[in-house]
Design a protein around this ligand. Sequence first.
Ligand code: DUT
Ligand code: MG
Length: 150
Amino acid sequence: MTLPIEVRLLDQRLREQLPAYATPGAAGMDLRACLDAPLTLQPGQAELIPTGLSIHVADPGYAALILPRSGLGHKHGIVLGNLVGLIDSDYQGPLMVSCWNRGTQAYAVQPLERIAQLVIVPVMQAQWTVVESFTPSHRGEGGFGSTGRG
Ligand SMILES: O=c1ccn([C@H]2C[C@H](O)[C@@H](COP(=O)(O)OP(=O)(O)OP(=O)(O)O)O2)c(=O)[nH]1
Ligand SMILES: [Mg+2]
């Protein structure tokens, strides 16, 4: 399923490199670091990196998530400073990626390197019904390992 989403290119280099699904079954589109020069992240350092894009999801029934790329995260320790980025449907500002080097080696992010991925997901907004007690469920209040370890 596809969803039309308006996108503004804030960096003209993206005209040739608009985020795209790499395979027919891809869930995410890679986002690039719109840098003018390499940016070295020392171990423990996090920096906000522009993607050169703004998007307007517009429909409150959807949101965009920014997720780490598996290879960068596993091999180089480059993940997201906010763990997951949530892009509200009414956000129109520049898409930024908080790049965090959680590893032990410095990592130089290159201009236009693919640093994270964007996934569009359906969203429901809750409408609260305030109650005094819930209809009993099988689990009840048990959590945090209540079903055992293995
Ligand atoms: O990785 C991210 C996360 C968020 N955003 C933008 C889009 C999002 O809609 C907005 C606000 O994000 P969030 O609500 O997570 O941050 P906040 O700290 O609560 O800021 P605000 O007070 O603006 O809601 O910032 C990004 O560009 N990249
Ligand atoms: Mg917020």
